[in-house]
Design a protein around this ligand. Sequence first.
Ligand code: SAH
Ligand code: SF4
Length: 360
Amino acid sequence: MTKESIYGLTRKEMEERLVEMGEKAFRAEQIWQWLYRKRVGSFEEMTNLSESLRQDLEDQFNFSPLKEEIVQRAEDKTTKFLFQLADKSMIETVLMYHHYGLSVCVTTQIGCNIGCRFCASGLLPKQRDLTTGEIVAQIMYIQRYLDARGEGDKVSHIVVMGIGEPFDNYDNVMRFLRIVNDDKGLAIGARHITVSTSGLAPKIREFAHEGIQVNLAVSLHASNNEVRSSMMRINRKYPMEELFDAIYEYTDLTNRRVTFEHIMIDDVNDRPEHAQELADLLKPMRKLAYVNLIPYNPVPENPYRRSKPEAITKFFDVLMQNNINCVVRKEFGTEIEAACGQLRSQYERKRRERRQREKA
Ligand code: SAH
Ligand code: SF4
């Protein structure tokens, strides 16, 4: 059996485990220091712990459940990592360099059951949720990769926008957020972390009550139910009226801004009348609504194509004229299969083809 990852425990849980092991609770803080400040890769290096404790930890936990399969670094330094997990599943994590810092895009599930028509991740049904340790390990692997480069770089931002629907793996994602945010550990500021959801309304309500300052992004992608349901079947379960009720509960409680992601797909959701409809929908939220226009990254398996640049500009102009905060998202590492999930789905396709060839 695979041992659990030491990265899967919150500091509080680590204290409890140590007490169960007959140790003093304060050891948790020491271990935490080794894990997240000195960022060692083995228990052996934790030299202020007794040898017997190090052995006990070794018996119960391992460090990273990730095995590096492929690393691709693009000209703009965007780096994609394809990892294999203990059960041989593959996940994808991306490091991006911005003017304001370094961000990592993490994966939360193997596959995704939401099945949005435009998305490469939704092509493969969910095999399982990632554990907390598997999500934290993605950040730690990349931070240690940066440490080894010796340039003093630190992961400063996190976007939970990789493969999977984070709110369909809610508890592990929340624990992940608390671990990376812990001020004795990586201490990545909650305001530097964004969680993106396809719109699971009940979970948005739950998130509103967490008392955590993490940013919320909603994959809206359309200005009315008809278009949204044609792209995202989740909209039939939680139509936009219900989604916005939940979003208003979130903004009423937190007074925090919500980012609306809107991928730009040619002739599906990108006409000027769609932009006006979207502006009318978001106007009541005033300055709390922030729209991110994302040029669509075509996936070979579906008929959607990217909007023409003129359509994106026009859409942007209509939103601005209506005083809706809006940006067109910069693209990262386009030459290395930039859209999350694409590297993995391509790899899986090749792996399937290879297996079929081997069988034949
Ligand atoms: N499941 C969550 C988070 C992961 S997807 C969600 O859907 O919000 C992160 C973002 O990338 C979402 O807004 C998603 O709609 C978008 N996306 C998915 N496939 C894309 C593609 N091929 N091109 C551009 N954006 C895409
Ligand atoms: Fe899942 Fe998000 Fe892709 Fe939809 S866009 S299939 S929710 S990962």
